[in-house]
Write a protein that binds this ligand. Structure first.
Ligand SMILES: O=c1[nH]cnc2c1ncn2[C@@H]1O[C@H](CO)[C@@H](O)[C@H]1O
Ligand SMILES: [Zn+2]
Length: 359
């Protein structure tokens, strides 16, 4: 039986892969664009919402990424970054998210003269605003950030240094994003090396628009502690009538519990999966990989954590206990101190599901 949407919304959820510049409220984009004189492809919030969802639904990661020109364009000042970050926290809290690591690429927010550090400070303040307001509303949430270096750019080491410098401000880790084909993770080896030398945490977008070599480099050469997407890991697995044959790379990832940040709706839009029902998450979860569920870009995919879980529950017949398992997977995989993670699981997640009759 399908889980009621309202139950999924109330269930505590942990979100590890959500782009700050992929989750703006359409109305906020309209207002911020008017302030800076940025020309939008649609005039009002509703048409803009449809424009993003339709344009991102292209079957190509490269075209999907073009839509971000219109979100980053309106996120160039401290007040805009702060507002967008605060609203992100509030929207997620209202959707039942209790912990989020929001990711964004500071280098894309310097066009109006901000320094990298000023940009990070603005987002840090926005996250604090959002957390305070959400707690007042009765929806407490912990919001941290991950800094992204764009994989085609040459500033990755500078961004890695920025991430280390702002660790005490809730910068939980470092990632690379952008077009994957032609930009292997090892291109940014020096940046990953800087993070590792400083005992920082790494997640890498890999195995989304490119296959196993990208995942292998990310894990074995760049030191990824988690994988963004990783859907193509399925290429290393052969499902047989009586089980599955798991290749060496997939076996390594499963054995060492490397978390997979899976984003079903986003993958259908970029063509990494044909449909949610055919998404590798079904097989990977069944085979015991450390699978987590994520939104990637709520604006572009017109999604929420509740919607992602509803789509998965419908496709794979998941019950609330399964949603709880996926949530605990995510909590265990957070770049958050271990004692805090345990507290989140024991004091928030488990009681939250118990109150809804699961666990
Ligand atoms: O699914 C994805 N794969 C690769 N890159 C992405 C994805 N979603 C967003 N971005 C890229 O990350 C930047 C910083 O947040 C975005 O501007 C977008 O270019
Ligand atoms: Zn992503």
């Amino acid at each position: 039986m399908a889980i009621a949407t309202e139950i999924l919304r109330q269930a505590p959820k942990v979100l590890l892969h959500d782009h700050l510049d992929g989750g703006l409220r359409p109305q906020t984009i309209v207002e911020l664009a008017a302030e800076v004189g940025h020309q939008l492809p649609a005039a009002d919030a509703e048409s803009l919402r449809h424009w993003f969802a339709e344009s991102a639904d292209s079957g190509s990661l490269v075209r999907y990424l073009e839509t971000f020109d219109h979100t980053t364009a309106v996120m160039q000042t401290p007040s805009a970054l702060r507002r967008v970050a605060a609203e992100m926290v509030l929207d997620l809290a209202a959707d039942g998210v209790v912990y989020v690591e929001s990711r964004w690429a500071p280098e894309q927010h310097l066009r109006a003269g901000l320094t990298l550090d000023e940009a990070v400070d603005a987002v840090t303040e926005g996250l604090a605003d959002g957390m305070a307001e959400a707690a007042d509303d009765g929806h407490p949430i912990i919001a941290r950030q991950l800094l992204i270096a764009m994989r085609h750019a040459s500033s990755a080491t500078e961004i890695a240094e920025l991430a280390v410098r702002h660790r005490k401000d809730g910068v939980a880790g470092f990632d690379i994003a952008g077009a994957e084909a032609g930009y292997p993770p090892t291109r940014q080896l020096a940046a990953f090396d800087h993070i590792k030398r400083n005992n920082g945490y790494i997640t890498i977008h890999a195995g989304e628009a490119f296959g196993l070599p990208s995942i292998w480099e990310a894990v074995q050469l760049c030191g990824a502690n988690r994988l963004g997407h990783g859907v193509r890991l399925i290429d290393d697995i052969e499902v047989t009538a009586d089980g599955a044959t798991v290749g060496d790379l997939a076996g390594y990832i499963r054995n060492l519990r490397v978390p997979l940040e899976m984003c079903p709706s986003s993958n259908v839009q970029t063509g990494a999966a044909r449909s949610v029902a055919e998404h590798p998450i079904g097989t990977l979860a069944r085979l015991g990989f450390r699978v987590t569920v994520n939104t990637d870009n709520r604006l572009m995919s017109d999604t929420t954590m509740t919607k992602e879980f509803a789509a998965l529950a419908a496709a794979f017949d998941y019950d609330l206990d399964y949603v709880r398992w996926l949530t605990i997977n995510a909590a265990k995989s957070a770049f958050y101190p271990h004692p805090d993670r345990l507290r989140l699981i024991e004091d928030v997640i488990k009681p939250g599901y118990a109150a809804l009759g699961a666990g």
